[in-house]
Design a binder for this molecule. Structure first.
Ligand code: NAP
Length: 244
């Protein structure tokens, strides 16, 4: 299947590392002009060296006002990938206010805010658009010590559906992907211990964790016109985990 993003401009959040970083590279290979947004300038500098021609924006998405300024300055966007997130793992009885605030600021509020700004300019231009939110299997399945992360991803799934409902008439499609464990920096926080990773992998019918490319390929499909009639879905990329 041939996918081309020629002539389109994409914004990827959390582009410094992991899934976001590889999404930037894949979109650029597909012909898009890409804006990479992340929090650590050094990551953006190294990404710029790897992908000459990308634009970079360094901002902390937990800061509502700084995000407003930075994303409004980006201008035209046809494709948006809301990928940035944090995972703070704590047992339910020890969950802190700080973990709740930070996690909801980044994983939910910033997705809503960035998407509002991007969708407003799409509508003002009368342009169609596609948004993909990176959710998780944790949105639909309780995981030990993942109270806050699960709650943010559950909220993100519903945010995705309401965005699809309200933006569909404006020809803006909104979908989510829900990966199982991927061994990025974030994946290593929860799953480096073989005593945790083994039982998790055994619950996945395909008996492996997802690779970054498994996620990126699905994101590219949902951004592309190959999925022109798909909006409002939460697509598991989980080797069957959520089916069982
Ligand atoms: P990662 O390796 O930790 O990378 C996350 C990226 O987001 C980093 O570049 C990070 O920048 C950036 N970021 C985090 N907070 C930010 C903020 N406040 N402002 C701007 N940028 C921020 O994570 P990943 O594994 O690639 O995860 C990407 C997405 O996939 C997330 O939405 C995650 O929830 C989801 N996901 C991951 C897994 C998994 O097992 N890895 C499974 C399911 C879903 P800094 O490093 O500078 O903070």
């Amino acid at each position: 299947m041939e996918i081309s993003f020629a002539g389109l401009r994409a914004l990827v959040t959390g582009a410094g590392k992991g899934i976001g970083r590889e999404t930037v590279k894949a979109l650029q290979r597909g012909g898009a002009r890409v804006v990479a947004l992340s929090r650590t300038q050094a990551d953006l500098d190294s990404l710029s060296r790897e992908c000459p021609g990308i634009e970079v924006v360094c901002v902390d998405l937990a800061d509502w006002d700084a995000t407003e300024t930075a994303v409004r300055a980006v201008g035209v966007v046809d494709l948006l990938v809301n990928n940035a997130a944090v995972a703070v793992l704590e047992p339910f009885l020890e969950v802190t206010k700080e973990a709740v605030d930070t996690s909801f600021d980044v994983n939910v509020k910033s997705v809503l805010h960035v998407s509002q700004i991007v969708a407003q300019q799409m509508i003002a231009r009368r342009a169609s658009g596609a948004i993909v939110n990176i959710s998780s299997q944790a949105s639909q399945c309780a995981l030990q010590n993942h109270t806050v992360y699960c709650a943010t991803k559950g909220a993100l799934d519903m945010l995705t559906k309401v965005m699809a409902l309200e933006l569909g008439p404006q020809k803006i499609r909104v979908n989510a992907v829900n990966p199982t464990v991927v061994m990025t920096d974030m994946g290593r926080i929860g799953w480096s211990d073989p005593l945790k990773a083994g039982p998790m992998m055994n619950r996945i019918p395909l008996r492996r964790f997802a690779e970054v490319d498994d996620v990126v390929n699905s994101v590219l499909f949902l951004l592309s016109d190959k999925s022109a009639m798909i909006t409002g879905v939460t697509l598991p990329i989980d080797g069957g985990f959520l089916a069982c």
